[in-house]
Design a protein around this ligand. Structure first.
Ligand SMILES: [Zn+2]
Length: 1028
């Protein structure tokens, strides 16, 4: 059958086939050169330029000016609206006719007032199909609009992708014309491309590769590019090859279209709305042509955007969701960072996400979908399970710099023991192209060969959107069952995970966090975003608690459910995996900080309104009556400042009951418990009866004694509160990465600007201030504060930060020896080694934690608390908190300017659990709220009788005005029974899941003192309380 002679020269045969389809070489005579036929110019093209992103209806009203192919438009972030008038030649009857559009930027075609198709050169979408087979009855004269965003799929980085955007970039229109598209040439090209790739990827060790080689070679012999009649014989040879089947045991690839769209990254949030529309409308066009095509799509926020801005498109999407082609996945509001959001924030990501999916599409998502996030908290499995999800997909751990993660399909077990079935697509990508390479990598890289016979292949351009193309579908369609390649089926997450579940007996289990050994600078970069996140999490917590108390206390109080939902959605949006990590451009940072300001402004107003409903308002003239709210579930005795009195703020010591309110009164005890004294050598001693600190002139702790046991905290001969500056030049991902070698560049910050001096010498509070120069214009000003009755020493810090590629940290060398340190995570804590025995240990040279980290040996330990930081490292006996970074990409001005933050050191006897480290870290973060009001009697709404159990959340139940939702968790890592007491009028109580659905199978056990609840270590429990 083959033409002779075929010499034994693999290289010439292979390259011959490659040249036959090359788009560079021999296009005058090869097959590729025949892809397009005749061309025809447009009747007219005119343009309107807009600085803002405006709706279509507004754009088409504008005055359009003539323009031509070759013109350049801009600058960056503007929008060009093109009006395209075209007339298809009558002579093209029977042909497939495209509008060929090649330009920089991202385009959207509008036709008959609707968005119909995305156009991006980078996403291989440069054709809009006008007719698949032109008939006389079809309209030949058509007017279209093309909305062209002046940014690329990946923004507009100056010189490199992640560099800060070039504000003055021009975007050129290179091609705009009508063209005849030769579909038969495209099909044959795809056959060739797949065969050539099989030859190359199977190599010389597989006979199947040679069969592909001879097939492709013979196809070249049979095919005359100038004579389409010759194509059929070549195609049938290819089909014969592709139809040669596998045996039954072959690996099965579940192909799913996907389009990862970062909710903001190298472009602002506003542009993402258009990216969603461009990408998804293109998906709809593909679905119309390919009824088997399945597309997976995450992030409720993005659906919400499209619903608001493109209602027509949204209803088309709903239609294809019904058909089972457009598959909403993930269950969360956005694809959030997996480390930094609080436990409650994680729950809200699912609560708002799942409720949206249920409302709009009729069901909850079954899979958690986070392919691109920088590590995964060990509390996520329990949160997922509580939100109706027991399956998880990501691939990001393939980015590990040091250790190769050992599994692709496995059970991931969280700190409470909850397992979820987890799949990392072995192709190590969420934007494959349906090529032979993707399929072969999927089989080869699978680290669970023989254990898991099914894998996902997610195909489609991603990160900046784009999504799948017809070509990707055509590739996959050819090799559904082709010997030597995995079987390919167009599938969906449910089918894949059901397969994996049904045959899971050999799967391994990974316990604890999925730590990404890369991007560890993201715990620190963009400190103001981190601060905004922490403060707004606290504020929304307090608004909810105060509003619930007001709801139960006051008949006419309206719980601000809608406002709170709006504010939560802003907070959740900023938790997106390039925003809260700080890996976004400056425009996004500005938007994010603006959202935090909105939350602070509205949240403070809501908090005050709720507080003022909790007592009687002060009589006119009695304006100085102050009340105080404690939103935490334990009694607190703390020093608070009463604002607006003289030069020094007036202080008061207050005692407020658990989740309750009290009047601020003058307490006579402890009035003189703090004293601060300067010694002749300039060192300062601060004492409060619990701690005795010796501070040197540079503000460093020379000693910190736990008075009761006379135990020294600071390592002999060392200084606590020692600032250190490191060179911080990563290998590429500037805002993301801090590399291990930065540790070699440590320089202590010791240049004095102002030596330590006493600010408050006695009373309820003692304080000392000093300032140090970091370098040039960068200065640290700090006030060290010791309060009456407070077991920690506080460091209120202000830094003017003008640095490039530097990393500021503060260190506490402590007298503790332990192989492990403990870090707070969502609803619990975990341990990480303090040594560098193995590569898994030293790869964690910079780790994340929430409000506290602790280093304890038997009988004694030290906790380092913070109010807005997330980066820690505890190596040997040195506890280090990461404070500020200075990366220059993608935001050239990241973190420049003035920062305020607080951290605190708390030495303790016994285990940290018994020393109430967890509670004190809450106290540092959740200030007592002082407001004008009169409280006749101190009043407590809730209390819990076990210190292990933390009442984290008190809110109105979603969509149930007569119910409160409360959430508690076991924080010590112990099994415990606790009683929740409430002084509110409660009718009924129900256990519920994190989506707040009551579970009648677990009755609530009531005792005379309240509701009795049992907990396993780190268990989260939610209870619905029906109020009268
Ligand atoms: Zn991403």
């Amino acid at each position: 059958m083959y033409h002779q002679p075929v010499l034994k020269n693999r290289r010439t045969l292979l390259e011959r086939a490659e040249k036959f389809i090359s788009d560079i070489y021999f296009t005058d005579c090869n097959l590729r050169g025949r892809l397009f036929g005749d061309t025809h110019p447009l009747e007219s093209i005119t343009v309107f330029l807009s600085e803002k992103r405006i709706p279509y209806s507004e754009a088409v009203q504008q005055n359009f000016q003539p323009c031509k192919v070759g013109d350049a438009f801009g600058p960056t972030w503007w929008t060009c609206w093109f009006k395209v008038v075209l007339k298809i030649p009558d002579g093209w009857r029977g042909k497939e006719v495209h509008l060929r559009w090649e330009s920089d930027g991202e385009g959207m075609v509008w036709r008959n007032d609707q968005p119909v198709q995305g156009l991006t050169k980078e996403g291989e979408k440069t054709s809009y199909i006008l007719s698949e087979c032109l008939k006389d009855s079809e309209p030949h004269g058509i007017t279209l609009y093309v909305e062209l965003a002046c940014n690329g799929l990946f923004g507009a980085g100056q010189g490199s992708m992640i560099a800060a955007p070039d504000p003055n970039r021009k975007f050129t229109l290179q091609k705009a014309e009508l063209v005849v598209f030769n579909r038969d040439v495209r099909e044959l090209l795809t056959d060739f491309e797949m065969l050539v790739d099989i030859v190359k990827l199977l190599g010389e060790g597989e006979q199947r590769g040679f069969q592909a080689l001879f097939t492709a070679n013979e196809m070249v012999n049979l095919c005359d590019p100038a004579n389409p009649a010759s194509f059929a014989a070549a195609r049938s040879l290819a089909q014969k090859f592709f139809a040669q089947k596998n045996g039954e045991s072959q690996h099965v690839v579940h192909a799913m279209g996907h389009c990862h769209i970062d909710s903001a990254w190298l472009w602002p949030y506003e542009e993402t709305i258009r990216k969603c529309a461009r990408s998804w409308v293109t998906v709809i066009r593909l679905m119309e042509k390919n009824p088997e095509f399945v597309f997976t799509c995450s992030q409720a926020q993005q659906f919400q955007w499209v619903k608001s801005w493109y209602p027509g498109l949204f209803s088309e999407i709903k239609r294809f969701v019904q058909k089972g082609q457009f598959i909403p996945v993930g269950g969360t509001w956005v694809e959030m960072d997996g480390n930094l959001p609080s436990g409650e924030s994680m729950v809200r990501q699912f609560l708002y996400g799942q409720n949206f999916f249920k409302d709009e599409f009729g069901h909850y998502c079954k899979e958690f979908w986070l392919p691109d996030t920088f590590g995964y908290s060990a509390q996520l499995p329990q949160i997922m399970k509580g939100c109706e999800i027991s399956r998880f997909l990501t691939q990001k751990l393939s980015w590990n710099l040091v250790n190769t993660f050992p599994h692709n399909t496995f059970f991931w077990e969280g700190i409470d023991g909850t397992p979820v079935l987890t799949h990392f697509p072995p192709g190590n990508s969420y934007e494959m192209k349906g090529k032979v390479e993707d399929l072969i990598n999927t089989v080869k890289n699978n680290k669970d060969k023989g254990r898991a016979n099914h894998s996902a292949v997610l195909f489609g351009f991603g990160d900046g959107g784009g999504g799948p193309t017809q070509l990707m579908l055509d590739r996959l369609q050819r090799v559904r069952d082709t010997d030597c390649l995995p079987k390919v089926q167009m599938s969906n997450p449910d089918v894949l995970f059901s397969q994996l579940e049904s045959d899971s007996s050999l799967l391994c289990t990974w316990v604890g966090e999925l730590f990404l050994e890369l991007h560890n600078g993201t715990y620190t970069t963009q400190a103001k975003i981190k601060l905004g996140n922490r403060q707004c999490e606290v504020l929304l917590h307090d608004v909810e608690v105060a509003s619930c108390l007001a709801l139960c206390k006051r008949d006419r109080f309206t719980y601000p459910a809608c406002k709170l939902q709006e504010l939560w959605r802003l907070l959740l949006l900023n938790q997106f995996h390039d925003v809260i990590p700080g890996s976004c451009i400056e425009m996004v940072v500005e938007d994010a900080l603006q959202y935090y300001d909105e939350i602070r402004t509205t949240g403070s107003r809501l908090l005050l309104a709720a507080c003022e409903s909790l007592g009687t308002s002060p009589y006119k003239g009695a304006g100085s009556s102050m009340a105080v709210l404690n939103t935490l579930p334990w009694e607190r005795t703390e020093v608070v400042s009463l604002s607006g009195e003289g030069t020094q703020t007036r202080l008061a010591l207050v005692r407020v009951p658990s989740v309750g309110v009290a009047q601020v009164t003058e307490m006579t005890e402890h009035m003189d418990s703090v004293s601060v004294t300067m010694m002749v050598d300039g060192t300062i001693i601060m004492e409060n009866g619990l701690l005795k600190a010796t501070v040197d002139q540079r503000g460093r702790l020379m000693s910190l004694l736990l008075v009761q046991t006379n135990r020294e905290t600071i390592s002999e001969g060392c200084f606590g509160n020692q600032f250190a500056l490191f060179d911080d030049v990563p290998l590429y991902w500037d805002a993301w990465d801090v590399m291990d070698y930065h540790l070699q560049t440590r320089k202590p910050v010791i240049e004095l600007v102002e030596p330590a001096k006493i600010v408050r010498s006695k009373g309820l509070q003692g304080s000392v201030s000093f300032s140090l120069r970091i370098s040039g214009n960068s200065i640290i000003r700090q006030e060290i504060i010791l309060d009456a009755c407070c077991p920690y020493i506080k460091f209120n810090t202000q830094v003017d930060w003008e640095e490039a590629h530097k990393f500021l940290k503060v260190e506490f060398p402590v007298q503790v020896r332990s192989p492990n340190a403990t870090y707070e995570i969502q609803f619990g804590h975990l341990q990480r080694p303090t040594h560098r025995n193995t590569s898994w240990d030293w790869a964690r040279f910079e780790v994340w934690g929430h409000k506290w980290a602790d280093l304890s040996e038997h009988g004694f330990g030290v906790a380092l608390l913070n109010d807005s930081k997330y980066g820690y490292s505890i190596h040997e006996n040195i506890m280090t908190l990461s404070l500020l970074r200075a990366p220059k990409a993608p935001d050239a001005n990241a973190d420049m300017g003035c920062h305020n933050f607080t951290y605190a050191l708390m030495p303790h006897t016994g285990p940290f659990q018994e020393a109430s480290v967890i509670q004190y870290a809450y106290n540092l973060n959740f200030p007592l709220r002082v407001y004008h009001g009169v409280i006749s009697e101190p009043w407590s709404a809730f209390s819990v009788n076990s210190p292990a159990v933390i009442l984290e959340t008190i809110k109105q139940a979603e969509r149930r005005e007569n119910a409160l939702l409360i959430r508690l968790y076991e924080s010590h890592g112990s099994s415990v029974t606790a009683t929740l007491s409430a002084s509110l009028p409660l009718k009924e109580a129900w256990h519920c899941d994190l989506l707040e659905r009551p579970d009648s199978s677990i009755p609530v056990s009531k005792t005379t003192s309240g509701i009795s609840l049992t907990f396993k270590p780190f268990q989260i429990r939610s209870v619905l309380l029906i109020i009268q």
